[in-house]
Design a protein around this ligand. Structure first.
Ligand code: CAA
Length: 557
């Protein structure tokens, strides 16, 4: 029989702590909600009422249920209030010394049989547990933000946690309507270990002005299918929390420089730009705690390009290629009212002499593309914009095969074939403003969201997505968690539409490996080295859905 938890304590009522209080109280459990001071308690109470009021406003919670929920919460200052609870969940800032001090104090105050849990996302649960005289009764209980919405709880079992304590906590998660994944004590556990390298990379993109915050977020929502972009998510998590998690992951997780907090994150934390909770982070919000983004000085002046921004008129479009992408482009451009001329590489290209834009979708080989553009240079009229659909080759190499590199852009159509909700426009170091403006205007006419980025391997979406997939393979290879647990964690903890292994099998392991190799070749960052397991599966011909087997066996389906 699993232990009955009738009353629990939550220490720290910030974003996560208040969310955890809400989860318990909503499921009929009495909560003693503890803070260090009256002022902090007031802020914690406001966090809870703000969230429950929103739930009422959205019809997720009846008013009477909200009142009952709030009546189950006893707000108190000081840990002494936790004498009689069955379980305490600590959710104070991510500092080991602070957590160890609190756990030593909890050990003194709480009844001997009480379970002590930490909501840490990256610190060692083992190190926290040995600050008490009952390390076998200490577990990690890691909720995800927003706690009332995200279904996942990572239960972290240390080498000393008693089996029955883990079982009791797992049963409690089920009672809370959560799905638990039980794992060992490793920096970042499953979800954060896969999430934070990606988030930090997105920050580095902003810092280096590779792409704007709006474009990076739009790219990952539309091109990656994620519920929110990485910068909006960092604002939700809180930049101070994110910085502490990154720092710990860097130190505990093998000093992978992808986890070393990007200087911009630290600067923003120092400046008090913490995200939604302070009213300003990567975006500016209506007021502290609000989810509503308001315009600020970085907001683009207009969503769509206006006349006079240098865009050249485009009426006739040339599409070069014989494959599915070229056929899809033909359909998309024709559907938007353009006069389309199709041509096959290696054949007579004279029909392209009068087009205003050429989009090529020939073989993804640099030599083939350079040869094509060199020929087009001799055929097409002045003022034409040349576009390549490559996502892995340097556009500048292709541009320099022509005598007019200022007129060459990348146009990478992203997403399911022909739906292509997103287009990544690649601007090389030689691309002129008119060519970029023309590409933007054409994408607007096609009804596609365009994002502009620099000329780097993987552009925005693949550069952020494939290293995350590669990290998931490395985690599997290390024996830390199973394919199912990792997929579950990302779907239920971070709202991803598919888990990394589902995505790898769908995209093709060979495609993922080729992209990862291109990223590694360009940056030479050891953390980007392709996972040996991925290489082996590709060598073995296990390429995913296409061959019936990848990380999962699809033959019986
Ligand atoms: N109680 C009950 N339901 C609630 C609620 C509450 N307090 N607050 C919101 N909801 C409901 C909403 O009513 C809505 O329901 P419907 O979809 O049925 O309408 C749903 O939850 C989603 O909420 P919103 O409508 O407010 O917002 P949204 O649809 O734009 O989604 C989001 C917001 C859930 C945050 C979504 O964007 C998402 O999943 N983002 C990813 C979040 C993520 O990755 N979290 C993990 C961060 S990492 C972490 O937390 C670990 C760490 O250690 C830092």
């Amino acid at each position: 029989m699993a232990r009955e938890f009738t009353s629990v304590g939550v220490v720290g009522l910030g974003t996560m702590g208040a969310g955890i209080v809400e989860v318990f109280a909503r499921n009929g459990i009495d909560v003693v909600a503890v803070e260090v001071s009256d002022a902090a308690l007031d802020r914690g109470r406001a966090n809870l009422t703000g969230s429950t009021d929103r739930a009422v406003a959205r019809g997720k919670l009846a008013e009477a249920d909200r009142d009952a929920l709030l009546a189950r919460v006893d707000f108190r200052v000081g840990l002494d209030a936790l004498r009689s609870v069955d379980l305490v969940v600590e959710a104070v800032p991510e500092r080991l010394d602070l957590k160890r001090r609190i756990f030593a104090e909890l050990d003194r105050v709480c009844k001997p049989e009480a379970i002590l849990a930490t909501n840490t996302s990256s610190l060692s649960v083992t190190e926290v547990s040995v600050a008490t005289g009952r390390p076998h009764q200490v577990v990690g209980l890691h909720f995800f933000n927003p706690a009332p919405v995200m279904k996942l709880v990572e239960v972290v079992r240390t080498v000393v946690t008693a089996a029955e304590v883990v079982a009791d906590v797992e049963a409690l998660c089920t009672r809370l309507g959560k799905v638990d994944v039980t794992i060992g004590d490793r920096a970042g556990f499953i979800a954060n270990a896969l999430l934070f390298g990606y988030l930090n990379h997105a920050v580095a993109m902003v810092e280096s002005r590779y792409a704007t915050r709006e474009d990076i977020d739009a790219a990952m929502k539309l091109g990656g299918g994620l519920p929110m972009g990485p910068l909006a998510l960092l604002d939700l998590i809180g930049l101070d929390t994110a910085c502490e998690i990154l720092d710990t992951m860097y130190r505990r997780g093998g000093r992978d420089r992808r986890h070393a907090p990007t200087p911009l994150v630290r600067q923003m934390v120092t400046a008090g730009l913490l995200g939604r909770k302070s009213g300003r982070g990567f975006y500016t919000y209506e007021k502290p705690g609000s989810a509503k983004v308001v315009p600020d000085e970085s907001t683009p002046a207009q969503a769509r390009p206006a006349a006079g921004d240098g865009a050249r008129p485009v009426a006739r479009v040339g599409v070069v290629g014989v494959g599915a992408t070229a056929a899809g482009l033909d359909e998309v451009f024709t559907g938007a009212g353009y006069d389309v001329v199709r041509a096959a590489p290696g054949e007579d290209l004279a029909g392209l002499a009068e087009v205003d834009l050429v989009v090529e979708a020939v073989a993804e080989e640099l030599g083939v593309k350079k040869e094509l553009f060199a020929s087009l240079d001799g055929i097409c009229k002045p003022g034409v914009v040349f576009a390549t659909t490559t996502s892995s080759l340097p556009v500048i190499d292709i541009a320099m095969a022509t005598g007019r590199p200022a007129d060459v852009v990348g146009l990478h159509f992203v997403g399911p074939a022909s739906a292509w909700p997103l287009v990544e426009i690649v601007r090389t170091v030689r691309t002129g403003a008119e060519a970029t403006a023309t590409a933007r205007a054409v994408c607007a006419t096609l009804g596609r969201t365009a994002v502009v980025c620099g000329d780097r391997a993987g552009l925005v979406v693949d550069a952020l997505l494939f290293p995350y997939l590669n990290d998931a393979v490395k985690m599997l290879e290390a024996g830390y968690a199973t394919v199912d647990d990792i997929d579950h964690a990302m779907k239920l903890g971070c709202g991803y539409p598919t888990g990394p292994f589902e995505l790898l099998d769908a995209v093709g392991l060979d495609v993922a490996l080729a992209s990862q190799r291109a990223l590694y070749r360009e940056l030479r960052d050891p953390g980007l080295a392709p996972a040996p397991l991925l290489e082996h599966l590709v060598t073995a011909g296990y390429l995913g859905l296409r061959t019936g087997r990848g990380f999962r066996d699809h033959t019986g389906r």
